[in-house]
Design a protein around this ligand. Sequence first.
Ligand code: F3S
Ligand code: F3S
Length: 105
Amino acid sequence: TYVITQGCIDVRDRACVDECPVDCIYAGSRMLYIHPDECVDCGACEPVCPVEAIFYEDDLPSDQAAYLKVNAEVFADHGTPGGSVKLTDALTDHPIVAAVPPGVP
Ligand code: F3S
Ligand code: F3S
């Protein structure tokens, strides 16, 4: 899977959303998250992020390794919606994301 990391926090550019062929990039309040079971590893999102916040899981910088779990765990109560347009509940930011002070990323 591809993974969105800390750089997205409070940026939320959304260029990635427009590229994803399976609509598996979902919005929280402070950042967006890629559903690991829905991402088909096409890689289209990675080069368009203006803050280079998206990485393939094997290429995650060591200081961003926690975001593999962050992107997965945020969907714990949502299963596999099958596309962000089908997720009617608001996605609550992961606690690690919510704890990042404003202005840090
Ligand atoms: Fe979509 Fe990016 Fe995966 S465009 S399918 S989230 S690699
Ligand atoms: Fe975030 Fe970059 Fe997408 S800032 S919303 S991961 S284009």
